[in-house]
Design a protein around this ligand. Structure first.
Ligand code: ADP
Length: 442
């Protein structure tokens, strides 16, 4: 039974048809694949971005340092000869570029000379070496020292004396536009890569899920064939037992009880094979219009209630019907009867003597909602997500006498789905249950 449950219940993710299950699986697979790919792409793009910006910044800083160092020998000349000395042929001139500038300061931070066009308005930072950024200008300042003999020359000691500062500036415009180009390139590249990956993912998903869908299809065919093949011998057994029971004089009294047990087991197997056959055949089919009719729902419900009245009376349960006339649904009458019969049967089965079962109808937009309400034993909240699963039954200890295979609600749900509707359940333990069937009106 467990194996059978695994096979036939596999696709029934509580409230979903196998088709919906596969669609969900496909979406999940696609989403997971794309999320992983997008994450990998995003991470590698970030790595490229960080590496690119860092190496450009490093390069810029090195360039500024080289320029500032090249201008160090000119500081004394600027101090003594003034502004015109900066135009002399000094080493820094060979390095100097259009988007750079140089500034010479004395030891007190007073500007002595400037060369270039791009200058930072930041105050001079008087440390040995520092880098500052102001808008699109990068600034590097170095302190210039000269060796001077101290008063203790006798002891051969030398002291460094601050001569001034050199500040080199450079525009970061070019780097920023290169980074912007890189970001656009990475964005466009990633978007194109994701489009190709999405196409690849769709093909991959198809290829991966195809064998699973095929094997599921084969499994359904197998279940249908096995149930079909089992039905005939089981019906033969049931008929043979009925014949034997119709001639009690021919049966040994000690065997009569065994015969009843065999008949009951055979009936259970016949209904199991029929239920399995039904589920296997209807799983893939969604609302086939052929053979369907426009029916008055109140008539179907009335017939179902009539069918269960003797059973309700026998159990001492009040069975009430609150119908709305003239509501048409497009359906297969036998299936719809089966749906409501399963629900009413359960309501009666799981309600004790003196209880009541109410079947009512309400119209909600383009749906008609049929409620099957009882004040029976109810279902524990932790079990509610499983009630529509195949072969699921609540704690058997609570209802040891109630017969059942746990397929009734699964069948009811399959029929509701086939009709383009759904079933919901609300229940409180020891208070009662309410099953609501939503069907589209014609
Ligand atoms: P079964 O043949 O066991 O009734 P169903 O699929 O019809 O199988 O129901 C599955 C389980 O859901 C039942 O075994 C029972 O535990 C629970 N159940 C269904 N209907 C009701 C109800 N009206 N009240 C309480 N429990 C219910």
């Amino acid at each position: 039974m467990t194996l059978l449950k695994q096979f036939t219940g596999w696709a029934t993710d509580s409230n979903r048809t196998p088709k919906q299950m596969f669609q969900r699986l496909r979406c999940r697979f696609l989403l997971t694949y794309l999320t992983v790919m997008a994450t990998v792409l995003g991470m590698s793009s970030i790595a490229v971005y960080v590496f690119f910006t860092r190496s450009h910044e490093q390069h810029l800083n090195n360039q500024l340092l080289t320029l500032a160092q090249a201008a160090v020998p000119s500081l004394n000349a600027v101090k003594t000869e003034g502004l015109q000395s900066v135009n002399q042929d000094l080493p820094w001139r060979e390095l100097f570029k259009r988007d750079q500038s140089l500034e010479w300061f004395d030891a007190n931070g007073k500007i002595l000379a400037r060369k270039g066009k791009i200058f930072s308005t930041l105050p001079l930072k008087r440390t040995n070496q520092n880098i500052q950024q102001q808008g699109q200008i990068r600034t590097l300042t170095i302190a210039v020292y000269s060796d001077s003999q101290s008063s203790v020359v006798a002891d051969s000691l030398q002291r460094l004396e601050l001569e001034g500062y050199i500040r080199a500036n450079e525009s970061t415009k070019e780097i920023e536009s290169a980074i912007a180009r890189l970001v656009i390139g990475l964005g466009v590249g990633n978007a194109i890569a994701l489009i190709f990956m999405a196409i690849g993912a769709v093909l991959l998903t198809q290829q991966t899920l195809e064998p699973i869908e095929k094997s599921f299809q084969r499994l359904k065919e197998f279940t249908a064939d096995a149930s079909h093949e089992l039905r005939n011998p089981l019906t033969a057994i049931s008929t043979a037992i009925e014949v034997m029971q119709s001639h009690p004089e021919r049966v040994h009294p000690s065997d009569a009880k065994k015969l009843v047990a065999i008949a009951s087991a055979a009936d259970q197997l016949v209904s199991l094979s029929e239920d399995l056959l039904f589920l296997a055949r209807t799983d893939a089919v969604v609302a086939p219009p052929a053979g369907w009719k426009y029916l008055y729902l109140n008539e179907i419900l009335y017939n179902v209630v009539e069918l269960f009245k003797p059973y309700a009376q026998e159990k001492g349960i009040v069975l009430k019907l609150q119908l709305i006339p003239s509501i048409l649904v497009n359906s297969e009458p036998a299936q719809l009867k089966r749906l409501f019969a399963n629900l009413v049967d359960n309501a009666l089965k799981y309600t004790i003597t003196g209880g009541s079962v109410i079947i009512s109808m309400v119209q909600q937009k383009r749906y008609v909602v049929v409620r099957v309400e009882d004040n029976g034993i109810g279902i524990a909240p932790e079990y509610l997500p499983f009630v529509f699963q195949r072969f699921w039954r609540a704690d058997k200890a609570r209802s040891p006498q109630t017969k059942g295979l746990g397929l009734g609600l699964a069948i009811a749900q399959t029929i509701a789905h086939q009709h383009g509707g759904k079933i919901t359940v609300s229940s409180t333990l020891s208070v009662g249950s309410c099953f609501q069937v939503y069907l589209p009106t014609a």
